[in-house]
Design a protein around this ligand. Structure first.
Ligand code: ATP
Ligand code: MG
Length: 399
């Protein structure tokens, strides 16, 4: 069977072969191409040692030489070329103690996590499928290469990868593999929170975010974090038609918990502050009953960035009334933030308002007026709203 590979990948494979080495495209790119999906990147596996790879190409980067990986740059695109390897004994439920290079493609494929990720391809040999990956692609199952219990014991991250791939591909996890997921779940405690987060975020951004339920069904949630395990998952609904944005998907998943609990989950998983702030806003507002009234809508819009508001409309499945109001407010260019207020701090200072706390209170008061009545957003009108300094109050005496 022939598959279409990019010109650069073919060039790299042929260059290695011409110099007496074996080389194949391998892993995710083969899987995705067979599924008619566009691969994120193309990885190459070869019998050549890293130094031998480096000697053949002009521009290379030592990405992970000790693990056998060299990146070859072609037209500013990087291709990872990794020497065939066997992972040594795993010492901490996550990392092999040492890796050993091998001259056998089969050994290299055997160390890979799932059958659908353990296929290689070269134009000469076609598809090398030693573990029935093709059959599993057809049956739409995620199955470990070899004994699932052993593979998850070696590296507990694979447990989350199994669930994540099932969500991305819409596949089911084969029975033995699923049983091992549950049995080895406590080992998730050995996986770093960042790695857990990356997998869960990929899962939420996939075509089946609702497969997050498998994390709970498998009994993994307590090892993710205590706050995470308190999420009332049987009630969670995450439609796959929500925008593919990290903060939107996390908010959809967390909207049934309090904003404080949502923030706790995200902090436990070391999400970035920007995402945490946006999710907090969305979770906070997602429960609120929004009245289809221009003042209420402006007030709510003033609390978040425009794209976060759009996400809230999607999350709350808001109807045409609120969407229509949103459009009109935007078309008119109604002021929704201090940035667009017709007076600035400088104007208020000239009118006698003292900088500092008093200034902040006054600006927010004016913004509030304008949110209620957008026509008031002119310099003249707003300045009339500032109370004059009380008469009889003398300027501070000079020293
Ligand atoms: P994607 O990049 O779309 O998430 P992928 O299959 O390319 O999917 P990568 O994490 O890029 O996944 O890894 C490339 C390949 O390396 C995988 O296809 C698999 O063969 C192997 N692999 C990656 N991580 C592991 C692991 N933890 N255990 C065993 N094999 C792994
Ligand atoms: Mg990849």
């Amino acid at each position: 069977m022939d598959i279409k590979i990019p010109h650069h990948v073919e060039l790299i494979i042929r260059t290695l072969q011409k110099n007496g080495y074996e080389a194949y495209a391998v892993g995710g790119c083969v899987r995705d191409t067979l599924l008619g999906r566009v691969p994120g990147d193309w990885d190459i596996t070869t019998s050549a040692l890293p130094q031998q790879v480096k000697a053949l190409f002009r521009r290379t980067i030592d990405t992970g030489i000790q693990h056998g990986t060299v990146t070859i740059m072609m037209d500013h695109v990087g291709y990872e070329v990794t020497t065939y390897r066997i992972d040594g004994e795993y010492e901490d439920g996550r990392h092999p103690k040492q890796v050993e290079f091998t001259s056998s493609l089969l050994e290299d494929l055997r160390r890979r996590d799932f059958t659908i990720n353990a296929m290689a391809y070269s134009p000469e040999s076609g598809i090398v499928d030693a573990f029935d990956g093709m059959k599993d692609l057809e049956r739409k199952v995620i199955r470990c290469v070899g004994a699932a219990m052993d593979r998850f014991t070696e590296d507990a991250l694979r447990i989350l990868r199994a669930i994540r791939f099932s969500a991305q591909l819409g596949f089911t996890i084969e029975e033995d593999t699923w049983n091992a997921v549950s049995a080895i779940a406590p080992n998730i405690a050995k996986v770093s929170k960042e790695r857990i987060q990356v997998e869960l975020t990929k899962l939420l951004l996939s075509g089946h975010p609702e497969y997050m339920r498998q994390v709970f069904e498998a009994g993994i949630s307590t090892y993710v974090s205590p706050a995470f395990s308190r999420i009332p998952w049987p009630d969670i609904r995450i439609p796959a038609d929500l925008p593919e944005e990290k903060y939107v998907r996390w908010a959809a998943f967390l909207r049934l918990v309090s904003p404080a609990e949502a923030v706790q989950v995200l902090k436990d998983l070391k999400l970035d502050n920007d995402t945490i702030a946006r999710v907090r806003t969305l979770v906070n507002w997602s429960g609120a009953e929004l009245a289809a009234d221009p003042v209420c809508v402006r007030r709510a819009m003033s609390q978040m960035e425009p794209e976060v508001w759009d996400a809230l409309l999607a999350l709350n499945a808001c109807g045409d009334d609120i969407r229509g109001l949103t459009c009109r407010i935007r078309e008119r260019g109604d002021c929704l933030s201090l940035k667009n207020l017709a007076v600035k701090g400088k104007d208020l200072m000239e009118a006698g308002v003292r900088p500092g706390k008093e200034m902040g209170v006054m600006l927010n008061h004016l913004l509030d007026l304008v949110l209620e009545c957008p026509e008031m957003n002119t310099r003249e009108t707003l300045l009339t709203q500032i109370p004059k300094p009380e008469s009889g109050q003398n300027p501070a005496p000079r020293a």
